[in-house]
Write a protein that binds this ligand. Structure first.
Ligand code: ADP
Length: 458
């Protein structure tokens, strides 16, 4: 079911419920009021008649006169009857002439007991009340009549309420459909705009209307999502072209080396030297593809990664060993700012292999980009975090480049004479992100750089 129809139906149901409650309240209040008012009238009529009959020894002729007066001067109630009974339940007065006046003695006794009784039979309302004359004789006066006028009024009210209800509901349905359609129009518009957006026109944005309401907020969020998608599409595009470029360079070098080698006959020594050079290029290729693989792995944030408590100081020593094994001329010192009381302060819940990659990359860069090939690592900690800082006194990074060095394949111009592909730091940042940590850099061109990794400890 469409939301529009749903809203219209809900709206109608709510209004119908309110209308029914109000109509019933109005009807029952009017009915009660009418009934009470009529009982009061009957009581007045009974007491008035009894008052007129004060002198009870009046003759039948006088009673007839009274009946006539009743008919002539008082407003005649519909089917009105006033009867008066003495203590022996004998009828002493009847406001109309009839053969017999049957009235249950039980009712008369009840009136005597309760002094005043209201009741009703099919069409008539009946009251019974007590009247005492000057000689202290008490009489039961019974008045009954049907409230034709009141009933008509009530019927009128009921008809008006039913008609108003029907008109109200029809109006609500009509307005509900229009109102729901109007409220949902911006969503329908957005829907239409969204269907026109494909992977090829991510630049197209949704109109954000008044920029204030929830729908505008939805459009704004959607636009932001489009921007993020566009950025990641662009990143992917540049990644593919950068990666192919990086792979092509060593492959082209290998190709030309082989071509040159094949041009003439070579001595075994020359072949050996060519093969050694080919091996170096091949190793660079392996390094690069390994880096790309790691980058792909770090992008793939699946849950298959083994995360376990890992000591960062031990990892740092391991990284130092690995870097020194590969580069015998590098010098790396590792220092504790303070000795932790608790091993947990230097341990994090992480993936050992990935964190080792981070520290190896940072130590390698620090040595690679400093003429002395020296790096200094420090482990610090506070209440929540363990912090590893890797410092060098090398070429440094220009301030304008600091924000870009974590992007894949980005290399600063002053680093161009050093070998590298510009993917190590982007891998580091992703790995640290995966561990809910952060990586920062401070640097001064020509003086050196410090990379700081902050990870939550156990
Ligand atoms: P690579 O070192 O292979 O080029 P990285 O991603 O590790 O790739 O580094 C990206 C760029 O950041 C480097 O090319 C270099 O310009 C700069 N950089 C990284 N570490 C340092 C450092 N310790 N000193 C100076 N520049 C650095």
């Amino acid at each position: 079911m469409q939301i529009r129809t749903k809203i219209a139906i809900q709206f109608t149901i709510i209004i119908a419920a309110i209308l029914i409650i109000f109509s019933l309240a109005i009807y029952y209040t009017s009915e009660n009021f009418r009934k009470q008012e009529f009982y009061n009238r009957l009581t007045d009529r009974a007491l008035l008649t009894a008052g007129l009959l004060k002198e009870l020894k009046i003759t039948e002729k006088d009673k007839k006169k009274l009946r006539d007066a009743n008919k002539t001067f008082l407003t005649k109630l519909n089917t009105e009857k006033v009867l008066m009974f003495n203590e022996k339940n004998e009828l002493v007065y009847a406001s109309y002439e009839a053969e017999s006046f049957l009235f249950s003695p039980d009712f008369l006794n009840q009136v005597r007991k309760q002094r005043y009784v209201e009741t009703s039979d099919w069409a008539n309302q009946v009251i019974g009340t007590m009247y005492e004359d000057e000689e202290k004789k008490s009489y039961v006066v019974v008045a009954s009549a049907s409230d034709k006028y009141g009933q008509d009024k009530l019927k009128n009210i009921r008809d008006t309420l039913v008609i108003s209800f029907i008109i109200g509901i029809l109006l609500t349905i009509f307005l509900g459909v229009i109102f729901a359609g109007q409220s949902l129009k911006p969503i329908a518009d957005i829907n239409e705009e969204i269907t026109n957006i494909t992977a090829y026109n991510l630049k197209q944005k949704l109109s954000t209307g008044n920029n204030k309401d929830e729908i505008a907020q939805l459009a704004i969020n959607f636009n932001q999502m489009l921007e993020r998608l566009e950025r990641s599409f662009e990143l992917q595009k540049s990644f593919v072209s950068n990666a192919s470029h990086e792979l092509r360079t060593p492959l082209a070098a290998i190709k030309s080396e082989i071509q040159i080698a094949l041009e003439n006959d070579r001595t075994p020594a020359e072949y050996k030297s060519i093969l050694r050079s080919l091996l170096t290029d091949n190793q660079r290729l392996i390094q690069l593809t390994n880096g790309l693989l790691q980058l792909a792995k770090s992008e793939n944030r699946d849950n298959s990664l083994v995360m376990k408590p890992t000591r960062l100081d031990e990892l740092l020593f391991k990284a130092q060993e690995e870097v020194l094994n590969q580069n015998s001329d590098y010098k790396i010192s590792i220092d504790f700012d303070d000795i932790p009381d608790d091993d947990e302060w230097v341990s994090t819940n992480g993936n050992e292999a990935l964190l080792l990659t981070v520290f190896t990359n940072l130590l390698e860069n620090a040595c690679k980009y400093s003429p002395e090939h020296q790096a200094e690592a420090k482990i610090k900690f506070n209440e929540q975090h363990c912090i590893v800082a890797v410092k060098d006194n090398g070429i440094g990074i220009p301030a304008s480049e600091l924000s870009k060095i974590f992007e894949p394949f980005y290399r600063t111009p002053n680093a161009s004479k050093y070998r590298g592909h510009g993917i190590g730091l982007s891998i580091c940042r992703r790995i640290i992100d995966m561990h809910q940590g952060k990586i920062d850099v401070t640097s001064e061109e020509g003086k050196g750089s410090t990379f700081v990794v902050t990870l939550p400890h156990l």
